[in-house]
Write a protein that binds this ligand. Structure first.
Ligand code: VGL
Ligand code: ZN
Length: 208
């Protein structure tokens, strides 16, 4: 059984959004085409969904700007971002050009004001778990295909956790974009070292 995980394709990460990812909209066509051309047993969409004053917002901390770091309450380093994906704002909504079906499973994350959550499986301190692992295991999912935004944060963290939880994990490179070139390269290196398969949507469509 296979699952497509579409990570954080939300307005704030699209061009013009508060935490925009360069060329983010280029992933919409390959993702929608993949959904049309390949039959996944399940499709999951993750949603970054922060309360106001979230620990990852530079605006929450005095004299800090985006991409500075702070220490969280649990003493872990936290990279800061512009306010983004605030619950129930336009920026938190899925981009309207993304194909979303009634049958898709939506996983929200980042709701704890004190802890960030890049991965769709765990928060960054690995203290709390989303329902995703249980849902996938209950559905006998063995292969997970991960795409979306941003490669250097939520996409690669989701891939690494999927692999460590025992799933056969594939990163869909052409259906993902990242925030910075250097950290995208580092994330891809780490995924390769962790035996995550790096593929293109076309590889999957061709094999169907
Ligand atoms: C993300 C930074 C902060 C992401 C979310 O979706 O990759 N990155 N929050
Ligand atoms: Zn976030």
């Amino acid at each position: 059984m296979s699952c497509l995980i579409i990570v954080d394709v939300q307005n704030d990460f699209m061009e013009g959004g508060s935490l925009e990812v360069k060329n983010a909209s280029e992933i919409l066509k390959p993702i929608n085409r993949l959904r049309d051309r390949h039959n996944f047993d399940m499709v999951v969409l993750s949603k970054d969904f922060h309360p106001l004053k979230h620990v990852s917002f530079a605006s929450t901390h005095a004299n800090k700007k985006p991409f500075d770091t702070v220490k969280t309450k649990s003493n872990s380093p936290q990279l800061l971002f512009p306010d983004h994906c605030v619950q129930n704002t336009y920026g938190s909504e899925f981009n309207k050009k993304l194909k979303v079906l009634e049958s898709d499973t939506i996983i929200t994350k980042g709701m704890n004001v004190d802890v960030d959550s890049y991965s769709a499986f765990f928060d960054n301190d690995k203290l709390s778990k989303t329902p995703l692992d249980n849902i996938l295991k209950k559905n006998s999912i063995k292969n997970v295909y991960v795409c979306g935004l941003a490669t250097d944060f939520c996409v690669s963290y989701t891939c690494l956790d999927a692999k460590s939880l025992g799933f056969n994990t594939f990163f869909l490179k052409d259906a993902s974009r990242g925030i910075s070139t250097e950290s995208v390269e580092a994330a891809i290196k780490k995924m390769k070292e962790s035996n995550i398969n790096i593929i293109e949507t076309e590889d999957l469509i061709r094999s169907t």
